[in-house]
Design a protein around this ligand. Structure first.
Ligand SMILES: [Zn+2]
Length: 147
């Protein structure tokens, strides 16, 4: 799928962000290997801890629909009233990266960060989370990465 098409979907769902506390609105569009796209926005909460990021919203929607394999995610995020800095990109938080690592090959999964519909960077999950926690490594370690 063209990255710009996925970015367009991320911008569309960003409008649904529920962010009354931070005013920082995020949209994510997750492309499953099946070809389906699952979109999510951030959903904040007055108690803060229950807040869910856009990326995890998209992942949890997809997983709850039976998806387990993913190709890419497009992420857009900016303060509601500010024009995004053209040099800045909204990167996923550590918790969301760990969720991505649960389902995605870190060498293959593409994280598409956009700050305008036509301005984006594509990173591999491995670049954003080089030493993520994993139980899939050797039996004597709980860490999947070689240090
Ligand atoms: Zn997050």
């Amino acid at each position: 799928m063209d990255p710009k098409a996925l970015i367009k979907e991320a911008y569309a769902v960003q409008k649904q962000a529920y962010a009354p506390y931070s005013d920082f609105c995020v949209g994510a569009a997750l492309l499953a290997k099946s070809g389906r796209v699952y979109c999510g926005c951030n959903v904040e909460n007055a108690a803060y801890t229950p807040t869910n990021c856009a990326e995890r919203t998209a992942f949890f929607k997809a997983v709850s629909e039976g998806e387990r394999e993913f190709a890419a995610i497009a992420i857009v995020g900016n303060h509601r009233d500010r024009t995004p800095d053209p040099e800045q990109f909204c990167t996923p938080c550590g918790v969301c990266l760990q969720v991505m690592a649960e389902f995605c090959d870190p060498e293959q999964f593409q994280v598409i960060l956009a700050n305008r519909p036509d301005r984006y960077r594509i990173l591999k999950l491995k670049e954003l989370l080089p030493y993520g926690f994993s139980l899939s490594g050797s039996e004597d370690t709980c860490h999947g990465g070689q240090l």
